[in-house]
Ligand binder design. Structure first.
Ligand SMILES: Nc1nc2c(c(=O)[nH]1)N[C@H]1C(S)=C(S)[C@@H](COP(=O)(O)OP(=O)(O)OC[C@H]3O[C@@H](n4cnc5c(N)ncnc54)[C@H](O)[C@@H]3O)O[C@H]1N2
Ligand code: MOO
Ligand SMILES: [Mg+2]
Length: 423
């Protein structure tokens, strides 16, 4: 292709909607292999199997209070006028098995978490009893009846045997970790983390430790993407910077594809004279899935697939790179880890201030979730909204979706909001 044809091809791109673009990527997202990791290393990974309760929880009748195992029947008529006296027949610490069955008129001193005596149908709290030694034998005196079942966790009252406890594709967080420990999972089958090659393009890019020079900027997208990849459970593999040269781009993209499960590049994907990534996608062995998306920022976002591996060319503008990552790359990373919820959680919220009329593209505004004094969930832009702006990335906890249209989106409008991962 000569230069004029390239220019023509670059300028005549067809924009797809965000949901369409996500749909074009979806067939290429398959979970990676699973592996067994020690439980303490499983946090943040996605479970590769369904896990059911192999025993009821709790698996023995367990006291919820420090007190006495009793038979409620014995206390039925208890009052201050007619106190009931029970003989204390044993002491049951946590971890011990009661030796005696409760017979009429007896109680067993039972600690929180300890096994309740056989024959007992409740545990009375220590505070509701008076202790007395009568004839050298320990007794309690009770002046109120209690309900059957009080302070006793019955077998299976939390989970019955066979109940699903953690499903395949669930993220292992603190609650899941605790359950896996309860059910004896010393090692846990989880999906492998995808390795993500990160490429940045542009002659203007300096390394972070290089002094500034006129016309040049430090590369901020690559470290930002590395952080985003890590937060999404991937392993970033920074390939480095590519100059604005097509042959170099081809070679480095090939290397990147060979060394990783997927490739993410930033910059050089628009219509500029030196946008080598855009040229790369015009003539390559892979299949281009889309090269323009009806969204801002990030309209030139491009995605393709070669030998089953996805490659995403995100815009160089930091705001566009950030949004492109969240809409397209993050779901892939989560999907490769087997997640059942790969997309950002979406909520509705009221727009605090109006948003000026837009064009035919949906805007994904870096925003902040705020609560109004009457308790409504609202959103507002986190700062300047241009694609080149970096500071509003730091201050955002959501992306506000402003629908396309010629009218202003007025204050108080109910809009869709994509919630970003918390650190
Ligand atoms: N005539 C037109 N010009 C532009 C269009 C258009 O449709 N017609 N699209 C604009 C849009 S929208 C965007 S977004 C940008 C996309 O540009 P590229 O993806 O080609 O990115 P670059 O040209 O390489 O760089 C853009 C901008 O970002 C800075 N940059 C690049 N890489 C990094 C990095 N790793 N860290 C920090 N900053 C980076 C770069 O210096 C530029 O300032 O194109 C518009 N133009
Ligand atoms: O689509 Mo660009 O990323 O608006 O600025
Ligand atoms: Mg460009």
């Amino acid at each position: 292709m000569d230069i004029a044809m390239h220019k023509e091809a670059r300028l005549t791109r067809h924009a797809v909607q965000v949901a369409q673009a996500q749909g074009l990527i979806k067939p290429y997202i398959t979970p990676l292999e699973s592996k067994r990791v020690p439980l303490e290393q499983a946090y943040g990974s996605y479970l590769a199997v369904n896990i059911a309760a192999s025993h009821p929880l709790p698996h023995f009748r367990r006291s919820g209070m420090d007190g006495f195992s009793i038979r409620t029947e014995d206390l039925r008529g208890a009052s201050s006028e007619t106190p009931v006296r029970l003989k204390v027949i044993e002491r049951i610490p946590c971890g011990a098995v009661p030796r005696k069955r409760l017979e009429r008129g007896t109680a067993a001193r039972t600690m929180t978490g300890a096994m309740v005596s056989e024959g007992a149908d409740a545990v009375i709290r220590m505070e509701m009893t008076q202790e007395a030694v009568i004839g050298g034998i320990s007794h309690i005196i009770v002046t109120k009846p209690i309900q059957p079942g009080a302070n006793v966790s019955e077998v299976g009252s939390e989970l019955e045997e066979g109940a699903g406890i953690v499903g395949q594709g669930c993220k292992i967080r603190s609650g899941e970790t605790a359950l896996l420990a309860i059910y004896g999972f010393h090692h846990v089958p989880v999906y492998r983390s995808p390795v993500v090659a990160i490429l940045s393009t542009g002659e203007e890019l300096l390394q972070v430790d290089e002094p500034l020079q006129p016309g040049k900027i430090r590369n901020s997208n690559a470290p930002m993407l590395a952080g985003l990849v890590r937060r999404a459970g991937g392993i970033p593999h920074w390939i480095g910077k590519i100059g604005d040269d097509l042959d170099e781009t081809r070679q480095r993209v090939q290397e990147a594809l060979a060394s990783a499960d997927l490739v993410v590049s930033t910059g050089g994907v628009s219509v500029g004279d030196y946008d080598a990534m855009a040229d790369f996608f015009l003539q390559w062995e892979g299949k281009t899935l889309f090269n323009k998306v009806a969204m801002r920022p990030g309209s030139p976002t491009t995605a393709g697939v070669l030998d089953g591996k996805l490659i995403f060319a995100l815009s160089g503008n930091p705001g566009a790179c950030f949004v492109g990552f969240h809409l397209f790359v993050r779901p892939v990373l989560l999907g490769m880890q087997g997640s059942v919820e790969p997309h950002l959680p979406e909520i509705k919220a009221f727009l605090r201030q109006g948003y000026a009329k837009t064009d035919a593209y949906t805007r994904y505004v870096r925003g902040r979730i705020v609560f109004s004094s009457d308790g409504r969930v609202c959103v507002e832009p986190a700062g300047q909204d241009k694609s080149s702006i970096v500071t509003s990335i730091k201050d955002s906890d959501c992306l506000i979706c402003i629908p396309p249209g010629k009218e202003e989106t007025v204050p108080g409008s109910l809009v869709s909001v994509l919630c970003l991962d918390k650190e």
